[in-house]
Design a protein. Structure first.
Length: 241
């Protein structure tokens, strides 16, 4: 079902989140990807979509960039837009790549749509060279759980506003209407599930980031200013031993 939904809504994604349309990508995600992948010549992006992260990495100096995505409509558009990388249609749990052939792997807001988490992380570890880096962007598993968001509590006097955290520990999947008529499937897992899967695959933690929205993001999306202390992203940076 996940692949079918992404095929159906590929154009929506391309129009709403690429080519400068989305301030979070432009002002935060793409700069972070360039920063943490700088100096790695051979980079693989898992779940590349139409390739905007892969293109940014190639423009930053990586000499060999490959993007993989299971969605036909995204791969076709990625190839049309070009920009340096080459693209292959494949699943994250079955990467058509020789072991140890990449210096770095990046996955941006992808693993929360993947059922086969352990297999996918195992494949990332397999294709990385020893000492290679994996940069994993997630919707924050604690603070962006299904059902999380602002609550206006009018029972209290004076009224109070606070951030509700939805059910955190149980793993679950749901199809959410993210925009009228656009349904996307999400898989929720607690943060420990990701960290332990990475450790089991031999990927050691280097850094974990919970970045606040930068000024450029808030200037373009002022509706997020009230939630600036609630991170939307968790970025987990690991090295293969």
């Amino acid at each position: 079902m996940t692949d079918e939904l992404w095929e159906r809504h590929a154009v929506w994604w391309q129009q709403q989140f690429t080519a400068g349309a989305d301030p979070e990508y432009e002002e935060q995600i793409l700069p972070l990807a360039r920063e943490w992948l700088n100096g790695f010549p051979r980079v693989l992006e898992v779940g590349t979509g139409e390739g905007q992260v892969a293109r940014a990495v190639a423009a930053g100096g990586a000499s060999r960039v490959m993007g993989i995505d299971p969605t036909t409509a995204q791969i076709v558009e990625a190839r049309r837009r070009g920009g340096g990388p080459w693209y292959v249609q494949a699943e994250a749990a079955r990467l058509p790549v020789v072991s140890g052939s990449f210096d770095a792997v990046v996955a941006c807001l992808v693993f929360e749509h993947i059922d086969a988490l352990d297999e996918a992380i195992g494949e990332v570890a397999r294709v990385l060279r020893p000492g290679g880096r994996f940069v994993l962007f997630l919707n924050h598993p604690l603070l962006q759980t299904p059902g999380s968001g602002w609550i206006d509590d009018q029972v209290l006097d004076p009224p109070e506003q606070y951030w509700r955290v939805g059910p955190y520990l149980p793993e679950s999947s749901s199809v959410e209407e993210v925009e009228k008529g656009v349904h996307i499937r999400f898989v929720h897992r607690p943060l420990s599930r990701y960290l332990n899967a990475l450790a089991d695959a031999g990927l050691a933690l280097e850094r974990m980031l919970e970045p606040a929205p930068p000024p450029g993001f808030l200037a373009r999306a002022p509706e997020y200013e009230d939630a600036a202390s609630i991170p939307r992203l968790a970025v987990i940076i690991t090295r293969r031993g």
